[in-house]
Design a protein around this ligand. Structure first.
Ligand code: ARG
Length: 576
């Protein structure tokens, strides 16, 4: 049930009946204050202006045509021409009772689209660091949300698995293998990369060999391909451990690295030249874009092929967008990438559109995010200034969570505490990121994310167990409840309204890729439940029907919290 969509539809029809153009925007929103009702239609003023009519008069006419029989208990005009809508409690009660028994909380089926989500994208022979955390966590929440709504989602892990550095990496892997006579575990990818680079800089014969391998690898040489694949496999199996621990849905089969597009690149460059988009400039192949200006105010040149024949990150992203449309049949593509890559993407996509590789009807969306900062407001680094390894960060999260839950649950067994700490610790890291608007930089602060108060994972996870405890105490199965919901108290009606807004929220998150909106909703819902729980006795309710009704509201709250947290990739437990 999407109340906002339902009311928009009804108000829209009434506006058209009152003489508004067919494409008028009713602008139905949740009201900010209770005295303005549950929803407000704000679109009358704009239409009245266009029609040259007095807004309040138009509002009067709209109300005459507005059929909210059985849905609203009161509709009134306010201020210059707003329409305030007060939902009928009986209607809310019926909708809530239905939602409880319907699969997927009664969320309607959408016309499913094929949506490609580009996220995580670590680099081969490099450890995943905090910079990839945001993409991985936020991207996976978007994927879960879209799948819940019924879309066909293709996860695209655009791994950095191609480029000239592979000559050096292959040569170094070979050196290690000959010295150790065994496959090294590459346990420390960061050290491996560093040492490879050092050897390359210091040993001329090694550098020579490395350069030769780049050419061979690009030419499809079997030995180089095998060594290259080994590097990819080792890196991705280490990353897989992180994904699993993070409760991120990515698997090996989602890897669609840069190498996948390599064969397309010569054809793309040739085609861009043929279409007159790319020209040779100082030996390189360049697309000049009027949309972007260089420092001199001239059209900016985007290199698609270097003088030495090498291709660039941009060339790959052009091919990649084309592939996602042509081969994967994407209706929409979402990219979860650092905001610093915004210009890069815009340039690649401008070329993609000009070349006609992806029609305008298929959106290419950069869901940008800011940086992860330390408490001092500077980029998040180790004390000695190094990048923080994701695996270490998660270890610390669980360790801290263990201290926290042990203190709270002295009677729990060590095993149970460890399992709980994993859920709370990992949940805290993820939720802290998800709950902030993704576009801004975000400050990583252990104390905030592990607090039991405020919009945090521990608070939300605990709130969920509190709802469940109602059923545990009474020995009632939350799934077996039947009967009517009765909303006689204001708090009950408020809780029911908020519960029924789940679809509105998830629809918005799916549209904008903003999981913080879901976090804010769930946090608010948990707060409303608290108030309801305190003021409206559930198990102690005297009337059997009231008790049953309140139990149903509690059951719907539990389901909604769990489902909401699940779309965010946050695990829950039954007790803590
Ligand atoms: N591997 C890149 C990095 O670590 C991110 C790739 C993002 N995806 C893309 N289609 N460019 O910065």
């Amino acid at each position: 049930m999407n109340i906002q969509a339902l009311l928009s539809d009804k108000v829209g029809q009434a506006m058209i009946a009152a003489g508004a153009p067919v494409d008028c925007e009713p602008q139905v929103r949740q009201s900010a204050k209770v005295q303005f009702g549950d929803y407000q239609a704000n679109g009358i003023m704009a239409v009245a202006k266009k029609l040259g009519q007095a807004p309040r008069q138009l509002a009067e006419q709209v109300i005459q045509h507005l059929d909210l029989h059985g849905i609203a208990s009161k509709v009134e005009i306010a201020g210059p021409g707003f329409i305030n809508i007060f939902l009928d409690h009986q209607w809310l009660a019926d909708q809530a009772a239905q939602a409880l028994n319907l699969p997927r909380l009664g969320v309607s089926n959408v016309a499913a689209q094929t949506i490609v989500v580009d996220y995580s994208a670590p680099n081969v022979a490099k450890e995943m660091h905090v910079g990839h955390v945001r993409s991985t966590i936020i991207g996976d929440a978007a994927v879960r949300t879209l799948e819940f709504l019924g879309h066909h989602v293709i996860r695209a892990n655009h791994v950095g698995d191609w480029g000239t550095q592979f000559g050096m990496l292959i040569a170094y892997l070979e050196k290690q293998q000959s010295e150790h006579h065994e496959d090294i575990a590459l346990a420390d990818l960061e050290a491996f990369y560093r040492e490879a680079k050092r050897t390359y800089d210091e040993d001329e014969a090694f550098a020579e060999r490395a350069r030769g391998y780049v050419v061979k690898l690009q030419g499809g040489d079997e030995y180089c391909r095998t060594m290259w694949k080994k590097l990819v496999d080792i890196t991705m199996s280490q990353n897989q451990k992180v994904y699993d621990r993070l409760n991120v849905t990515l698997t090996r089969k989602d890897v669609m690295g840069e190498s996948l597009y390599n064969d397309m690149l010569p054809g793309i460059v040739a085609d861009l030249k043929e279409k007159g988009l790319a020209v040779i400039s100082e030996g390189a192949t360049v697309v000049f874009l009027d949309e972007f200006k260089n420092k001199e105010g001239e059209p900016m040149g985007v290199i698609v092929q270097k003088k030495d024949g090498g291709y660039l990150y941009t060339t790959t992203d052009i091919a990649c967008a084309k592939y996602r449309y042509e081969t994967l049949h994407a209706d929409r593509v979402l990219y979860y990438i650092d905001s610093r890559q915004h210009q890069h993407l815009q340039q690649a996509w401008t070329i993609v559109r000009k070349a006609g590789y992806v029609p305008e009807s298929v959106p290419l969306e950069h869901h940008a995010f800011g940086m992860m900062l330390g408490k001092d407001g500077r980029p998040f680094k180790t004390r000695s200034g190094g990048t923080i390894k994701l695996a270490d960060l998660l270890d610390e999260a669980v360790e801290r969570a263990l201290a926290l839950v042990s203190e709270k649950n002295p009677e729990m067994s060590a095993d149970e505490l460890q399992a709980l700490a994993e859920v709370v610790g990992i949940g805290a890291v993820k939720y802290a990121d998800l709950s902030k608007s993704r576009t801004t930089d975000y400050i990583f602060d252990w104390d905030n994310m592990l607090a039991f108060e405020g919009n945090t994972a521990p608070y939300m996870q605990y709130a969920y167990t509190r709802v469940l405890s109602v059923f545990r105490k009474a020995g009632i199965d939350a799934d077996s409840l039947q009967g009517n919901i009765i909303l006689s108290e204001e708090r009950e009606a408020q809780l029911a309204t908020r519960l029924l807004q789940f679809e509105e929220v998830i629809t918005l998150v799916a549209r904008d890729g903003t999981p913080h909106v879901m976090c804010a909703y769930l946090y608010d819902l948990a707060g409303l439940f608290s108030g309801f729980y305190e003021h409206c006795p559930i198990l102690a309710a005297e009337d059997e029907q009231v008790r049953n009704s309140r139990l149903q509201l509690a059951a719907l709250t539990a389901k909604t919290l769990k489902q909401g947290l699940d779309t965010l990739g946050i695990k829950t437990v039954e007790r803590m």
